[in-house]
Design a protein around this ligand. Sequence first.
Ligand SMILES: [Zn+2]
Length: 198
Amino acid sequence: MARIARMKQIEMNEKKRLKTFSAAQRVMAVVALLCLLLCGCKKEDWEATRKYSTKYRVMCGFTVMSYSELMPAVGGFGLFATIRQVGSDIVMKSETGSKPYAMDALQRDFQFGCGGLIVGTDFNGLLCCFDLACPNCDQAQYRMTVKGAQATCEHCGIVYALEYDTYIIDKGNGLHPSPRGLYQYQTRYDGTMIHMYN
Ligand SMILES: [Zn+2]
């Protein structure tokens, strides 16, 4: 309700301002306002369609500035990074490279889902987080390879478009006739820290 009231207020303010505009300026302003409202609604609707998995435990947080692999993932459309635990290290990987970080005492309690995590920004500009394990093969050893905004399972061949809410581009070798979408987790970025959880 508060959102509707606020949108009405914005609309009224715009209408008041329009009175002083020329006809051409009015048309342009209305188009711009409509675009703004439509985009706003679309983004929210998209967010509402998300379904978060609780099958595998996820709980971790990182200061983005300390991990160069994470920086593009929180800032760029269609850019993704992967995070996984390898022994006593956390390995971060992005387009620019891969680096192991020794875990500190707090990080030893972190949980990374089934096979690790994929984090990045989709085409709507929304931050998202998925499990690195293929949800169809459903074992930690069947991790996907992430290249650009595509994740491929080498075992079953299924290819996901990460920037389009894990849309399936290729059903692979037919091992899974009705493949499901990736396990998706909640994520939050406050400008300093990124948290992934369920
Ligand atoms: Zn698979």
